[in-house]
Write a protein that binds this ligand. Structure first.
Ligand SMILES: NS(=O)(=O)c1cc(-c2ccccc2)cc(-c2ccccc2)c1
Ligand SMILES: [Zn+2]
Length: 263
């Protein structure tokens, strides 16, 4: 597709020009404002299967010019949704070294330092993620808020390789690890709503589950993510840092956000 950026020329205000869904309804991210929330006691804890990958497996870590992403095997899946949603990839959104506000979803206007998305596709109905990406029941994304605090060694299993994908379109193979360790300990407390991809082509095809509890990583770990990458190709000059890759809040369009927790 056409190139797009997060700011300046081809920034998010211009996305609808080449990607009409970006100007449509049911867009993500949104601000989880208290008055939009509705407690739903029937929302079950999220259950994930086969997230504890063996180190003998290899995953592809890549820089797509807009984020750093890790490919995930489709034998990992979410089992607590109406259909089986198999894993496809995970990636991150962040601010910059001195901008600790890079999450996409926000809670009563509070932005977190960053956000991780674990993208899954409805493998009951579609053979692969490309066939699912534009279907109303195609995708389920788990969102995890990231805060600066105590280090989380699990993220180092990923961040220690980030210098290998500094520039756009660079890819390396990394040993797999327990992806469950990247999620918060409580998977029973989350926000739930119907939304979209937060990047072009912005298909309204995502069942969003954003966990209430953030994960913490150390400032050193955060800086590894926020300062190591470039959006430009290795041979480009000048190089463009890859940061502040988060979309601004979208209109709720009288959507209700279900929450699995009280208060
Ligand atoms: N932020 S997101 O979760 O809505 C998202 C999902 C997918 C996605 C990935 C695989 C299958 C289907 C959807 C891709 C991106 C993306 C981020 C940066 C650059 C380009 C694309 C972002
Ligand atoms: Zn994302």
């Amino acid at each position: 597709g056409r190139k797009w950026t997060y700011n300046g020329l081809d920034g998010e205000h211009d996305w609808p020009t080449n990607y009409p869904f970006c100007g449509g309804a049911f867009q993500s991210p949104i601000d989880f404002q208290t008055h939009l929330l509705r407690y739903d006691p029937n929302l079950p804890p999220i259950q994930v299967q086969n997230y504890n990958l063996s180190t003998s497996e290899q995953l592809t870590l890549g820089n797509n010019g807009h984020s750093v992403q890790l490919s995930l095997p489709s034998h990992m899946y979410i089992s607590s949704l109406p259909h089986r949603y198999s894993a496809a990839q995970l990636h991150f959104h962040w601010g910059s070294s001195n901008l600790l506000t890079g999450s996409e979803h926000t809670v009563n206007g509070k932005q977190f330092a960053g956000e991780m998305h674990v993208v899954h596709f409805n493998s009951d109905k579609y053979p692969n993620v490309s066939m699912a990406v534009d279907k109303h029941d195609g995708l389920a994304v788990l969102g995890v808020f990231i805060e600066i605090g105590e280090a989380n060694p699990a993220f180092d299993k990923l961040f220690r390789f980030i210098s290998g994908v500094k520039y756009r379109d660079q890819k390396i193979q990394v040993p797999a690890f327990n992806i469950r360790a990247l999620l918060p300990d409580r998977l029973d407390q989350y926000y739930r709503y119907d939304g979209s991809l937060t990047t072009p082509p912005c298909y309204p095809s995502v069942l969003w589950t954003v966990f209430r509890k953030p994960v913490t990583i150390s400032r050193k770990q955060f800086l590894a993510l926020a300062t190591a990458l470039y959006a430009s190709f290795a041979q480009d000059s000048p190089s463009m840092p890859l940061h502040e890759n988060y979309r601004k809040s979208q209109l709720p369009d009288n959507r209700v956000v279900l929450v699995s927790f009280r208060e």
